[in-house]
Each structure stands twice: as structure tokens, then as C-alpha cells.
Design a protein around this ligand. Structure first.
Ligand code: HEM
Length: 481
């Protein structure tokens, strides 16, 4: 996930080479002058790169470029070029600078690290996210959703965005740490929120690592928050390690799995696990990557269902057919997961219109050829799940909410990289199976009992922060089914 901020100028990269003009090797079309020249235009607005990307797409087509302080930035809306970057030519790219600067928070965790560290960490972490392993979390997801639905009252007004965050936090607590939402979990949540509020400030700092010890107010606040965060996570790691040393059985949570996993190598001296520091980086990474994303995906789903009664009725029909009604109604179990196809299609279609990770970026480490274009080393590349998901080139009548776009036949008829809510290639979301299960079971368990009426008078506005959130509270009236 990434946030291409307009206010955050990329550091000049000395190795940027001028592309040849005209013929093969030319730059994609784009803005003639550097971005600040256009500051007065309505499509250049601090903190709103979606406006700029939409303008580039409309004006220049599926590949366009602009420059910012000498760095070329390419916006891509062509699925084949996206495949080139994420898969085919992936070795010629690293994460772009806003993600790299997040190392001050996430260290060398899976999101921020580069190869060879990333490859090793991914191998160690993979068993904890294996499909069969994730299956064990199904019951905990359902139990958390039951906890929420039992607390709801008929006609109650709730902010479904906040309620989805609460549900997702409980699921993270149970599945990552095997605990309820304790004071420790709340303080992790609070500190992460404090740090995320400082996110734009932090990523705007070129070479933030060099400034991290200076007495600058925002940085001091970050440092204090990070120190408290580390202390809580270190304590949880320590407790888990102690329990394992006492011979207590594997608690089955993700943290226990990460602590137990070893790097498989032909060389026995390299078959080691992670240090406590590496585990801490991964725990924070998983917390950050896996909590707000799913919560936002769910919140938008409830909004879309509230606006589309026929689709809501079809979802209810599936839930009633699979899980029963009245006194014979039961909770979803693992065996139901592959049967709840329409529920999954609803979640998929919701993430087309409101993708929690709304844009991604990379930086080239070599000159890159894409079709007729050659783009120099050190250029930045962005593509947006949000823009592509709403583009009639790929999704006819794009604003219509239609989960049938995700039947197996309709999916097979589209290019894979027209829909990439979880990214792709070797950096594809490691929590994808987890997220699908969390989405499907949460929707099923809550929609078995409740419908929602949207109380807003205008459609909610999106806020493209690190994830795509509703800008204001998403108020709903709860109606029992
Ligand atoms: C709807 C929910 C989610 C969405 C939309 C989402 C999206 C993404 C995307 C787009 C990436 C790739 C970023 C890039 O390549 O630049 C990613 C990576 C990642 N995600 Fe997720 N994610 C979700 C849920 C989760 C969950 C539940 C977890 C963990 C429990 C998780 C853990 C991670 C990690 C660790 C990475 C880095 C993987 C690597 O580089 O090896 N995510 N996610």
C-alpha cells in the first residue's frame, strides 16, 4: 500500500538519465512542465493525487508522465503494463519512496524491506499465512462478529466505519495475539493511530532516518509513540516466547507461528528463525496492513448494500439457503466458506468501487521499457485500483454495484490486472486469503441478523489516506431481519 503525496517531493535521484526524444525509447506523453507549474489547476490539490491521476488518464490515456523536482513520475492505467511492473520486470523495481520512508516505523518488515531480506522474511512468514492455517481462524472471525451483532439494538444509529474498525481490531487481537481486546491491544491501536496521523508529515521528510533524533515537535511525538508501541509489542513477544519455553502448546495464533517458523535452507547454518526485532517489525506490519484495510472494505460494503436492495435481497437469499432461517438458523462454519459464493462476490465488487489499498507505487532501478516507451532508472511509477476499478474501458457502467461481475466466467473474461486489490507478483498481499475469509464471514454473520439504512443525505465522500476511508462517519440505522 502506498500514498503518493503531492506535498512530498521525491529526493532527486542522481542516476536519472534523460530518455531519448522521439521514436523507440521516448517518454510516455504527459505534462510539459514540472508539476508545481500547474499549482493553480483544479486537478493539483495537496493530498489529493486521485484528481491528478484522473486528469492524466483523461488527457493522455493509459500511460502518462509528469515531473516533480526533476524526477519522472509515470501514471499507468494499462493492465499489461501493470503486469510488467509487478511480475515480468519486478526485479527492476523497488518500493517507492513513501513506503521506503515507513522503515522508521516498520523497520525491515515485509512491506518495507527489499530483497534479499524480503525474500527470507517472506519464506519464514509464509507458513503462518498458509490457506490451511488461515482456516483455523474462521471460528474466531465468526465469534468476533457474533460479539458485535449481539451488542447491536433495533433502530440503533451507529457509525459503521467505527464499528467495522472495532470488529477488525477484535479479530486482529484474537488471531494475531490470541487475546481479547486488552489494554495492550488498545494501546497498540492508539499509538498506531497517532503515528498514522503523522504519516504525511513523516513521508514528506527526505532522509527521515537522519532527522529522527532531532528535537522537531512532530518527530518527537513520533519517537515517543514508537517507543511505547515497541514496549507493548516486545512484552507480547516476550510472553509468547516464555510460554513456548515452558512447553505450553502452540497457541495457534499468528505470533506463535512467526516465532516458531524457521528459514528453510540447504545450508543448515542458515536455518534460523527471526530475531525479536524482526518479529516486532512483522507484527507491526501485519497489524498495520491487516486491520484498517479489512475494516474499510467492510464499511463500504455495508454502504453499498444499503443502496442496492435487490442485491441485498440476493445476499440474504444465499445466507438463508446455506445457513437456515428461524430456529434452525446456524452460524457459518468452515464448510460453508466455499459455498458462500455470492457473499464473496459482494465483497469483491465492493473492493472494485472502494479498494482499501487504492494506489500502489514502485521506483525503477534500471531503465524500463514499456511498449514503445523507455523510462529512466530512478523514475516513480503509480497505478490505482480506485481509478482502474471505475474505468468504463474495463468495467462497463462502472458505478453500478453488480456482484455478478465476479462470477467465475466474468472474471475469466477480464485481464487479471484490471482488478488487483491485493497487488500482484512476489509482493502480493500475504494476508489475502485471510482477508477474504474475514470479509465473507463478517458479512455473513452480521447480515444474517441485521440490515442497515444509510442515514446520510448525500453519498459519502472518500478520503484517500493510507487506505481509502469514508471522509465522515458513515451513519446507519440498524434494522433487525
Ligand atoms: C482487504 C484487505 C487487504 C487489502 C486490500 C490489502 C492490500 C494489500 C496490497 C495491495 C499489498 C501490496 C502492496 C505492494 O505491493 O506495494 C499488500 C501487502 C501486504 N499485506 Fe495486505 N491487504 C489486506 C489485508 C491484509 C491482511 C489481513 C494482512 C495480514 C493479516 C495483510 C498483510 C500484508 C503484508 C504483510 C503485506 C506485504 C507483503 C510483501 O511485500 O511480502 N494484508 N496488501
Amino acid at each position: 500500500m502506498t500514498t503518493p503525496t503531492l506535498e512530498a517531493p521525491p529526493e532527486p535521484i542522481p542516476s536519472v538519465t534523460s530518455p531519448r526524444k522521439g521514436g523507440k525509447g521516448r517518454m510516455p506523453p504527459g505534462l510539459k512542465h514540472s508539476l508545481p507549474f500547474y499549482s493553480f489547476k483544479p486537478w493539483v490539490k495537496l493530498g489529493s493525487p486521485i484528481l491528478l491521476f484522473e486528469h492524466l488518464l483523461k488527457t493522455y490515456g493509459n500511460i502518462a508522465h509528469y515531473r516533480f523536482l526533476g524526477t519522472p513520475i509515470v501514471f499507468i492505467n494499462d493492465p499489461e503494463y501493470i503486469r510488467e511492473i509487478l511480475v515480468t520486470q519486478a526485479n527492476s523495481f523497488v518500493k517507492e519512496r513513501t513506503v521506503r520512508r515507513m522503515k522508521v516505523l516498520l523497520g525491515e518488515g515485509l512491506i518495507t524491506s527489499d530483497d534479499p531480506i524480503h525474500m527470507r522474511q517472506r519464506k519464514i512468514a509464509a507458513p503462518a499465512f498458509h490457506r490451511q492455517r488461515i482456516a483455523a481462524y474462521g471460528d474466531q472471525i465468526v465469534a468476533s462478529a457474533v460479539h458485535q451483532r449481539e451488542a447491536w439494538r433495533p433502530n440503533q444509529h451507529i457509525d459503521i466505519s467505527a464499528a467495522s474498525m472495532q470488529l477488525s481490531l477484535e479479530i486482529v487481537a484474537r488471531t494475531l495475539f490470541n487475546t481479547e481486546v486488552t489494554a495492550d491491544i488498545r494501546s497498540i491501536n492508539d499509538e498506531v493511530n497517532t503515528i498514522m496521523d503523522l504519516y504525511n508529515f513523516i513521508v514528506a521528510f527526505p532522509k527521515i532516518e537522519s532527522f529522527i533524533h532531532l528535537p522537531i515537535p512532530g518527530i518527537m511525538k513520533f519517537r515517543r509513540s514508537k517507543a511505547r508501541l515497541d514496549a507493548v509489542v516486545d512484552r507480547l513477544i516476550h510472553e509468547h516466547r516464555e510460554a513456548a519455553a515452558r512447553g505450553e502448546p502452540d497457541r495457534g495464533d499468528l505470533l506463535s507461528m512467526l516465532l516458531a517458523s524457521k528459514y528453510e535452507s540447504d545450508d543448515p547454518t542458515k536455518q534460523t528463525g527471526m530475531s525479536d526485532e524482526q518479529v516486532r517489525d512483522e507484527v507491526l506490519t501485519i497489524f498495520l496492513a491487516g486491520y484498517e484495510t479489512v475494516a474499510n472494505g467492510l464499511a463500504w460494503t455495508w454502504y453499498l448494500l444499503s443502496q442496492n436492495p435487490a442485491i441485498e435481497a440476493k445476499l440474504h437469499a444465499e445466507l438463508d439457503a446455506v445457513l437456515g432461517t428461524g430456529p434452525t438458523q446456524r452460524l457459518p462454519t468452515l464448510a460453508d466458506y466455499p459455498v458462500l459464493r455470492y457473499t464473496e462476490q459482494v465483497f469483491a465488487e465492493s473492493m472494485r468501487l472502494y479498494p482499501p489499498a487504492w494506489a500502489m507505487g514502485r521506483m525503477s532501478t534500471k531503465p524500463i521499457t514499456l511498449g514503445p516507451y523507455t523510462i529512466p532508472s530512478g523514475a516513480h511509477f503509480f497505478f490505482s485500483q480506485y481509478i482502474m476499478g471505475r474505468d468504463p474501458q474495463y468495467f462497463p457502467d462502472p458505478l453500478r454495484f453488480d456482484p455478478d461481475r465476479f462470477t467465475p466466467e466474468n472474471k475469466a473474461a477480464r485481464h487479471k490486472f484490471t482488478y488487483f486489490p491485493f497487488g500482484g507478483g512476489s509482493r502480493q498481499c500475504i494476508g489475502e486469503s485471510f482477508a477474504w475469509m474475514e470479509g465473507v464471514f463478517s458479512i455473513a454473520t452480521l447480515a444474517q441478523r441485521w440490515r442497515m439504512n444509510y442515514l446520510g443525505t448525500t453519498p459519502p465522500e472518500v478520503q484517500a489516506k493510507i487506505t481509502l476511508r469514508p471522509r465522515d462517519p458513515l451513519m446507519m440505522q440498524l434494522i433487525p431481519r
